[in-house]
Design a protein around this ligand. Sequence first.
Ligand code: BTN
Length: 254
Amino acid sequence: HALVRPGGLWREIRVVEETGSTNVDLADLAREGAEPGLVLVAEAQTSGRGRMGRTWSAPPRSGLAFSVLLPQEESVTRLGWLPLVAGIAVVSALRGFAEVEGVGRGRMAEAALKWPNDVLIGDRKLAGILAQRVETGVVVGIGLNVSLRADELPVPTATSLAIEEAPADRDPLLRAILRALEARHEELRTGGESPLREAYRAMCATLGRRVRVELPDGSTLIGEAVDVEEAGRLVVRADDGEHLLNAGDVVHVR
Ligand code: BTN
């Protein structure tokens, strides 16, 4: 596989026909000694996991469901950026794809991020990302709806490339995302978070919008999302000043 090359991030790409969750499987493999750089792809996923207790199922060959094992990060800032870096990689892969093919790519080039790392087209969710720390690294799982029809969507607020008139084959899409993720990961390693922060800001549809946030203590915050700071937290300006939000806070865009 051309993606697996000496000195590169990816060591092995493993494809399984069906599994419950590629994140769970890859975390198990990591515990059993798998090296960072392993990619696990499922043709179908039956009980995928999402952020904040959500689920993510992928009927056979209708979407991408895969997880990558990234090397451990010593720096807390870089660790915090990994989930955002994955979002940047997905959006840049989609935008790059749209650019090359031009016509016939529908709304693919409009892909953008909802903080922290939901991938949207318009107001609808196209892809989700779940990052989980394991002892030897970080498992980052990506689910992207490719050919699902409207009546196959798990929730009405979701979308797929097919629905956005941007049909694509899963394999070249996967390769484009893995290439982008390798490049962005290298950028994080060598240049730190600041160039990535610029890239993130340029892709983030949440910035400049009014948001309603459910905080873990049960209270609600209303304000404007104004920035993403150096640790990847969302800066929300409210009447009583600026608040820094963590990825666990639930943000609704109004
Ligand atoms: C979310 O939007 O809440 C994140 C969804 C992440 C889904 C992907 S699909 C591949 C990988 N395996 C999982 O169990 N989850 C992730």
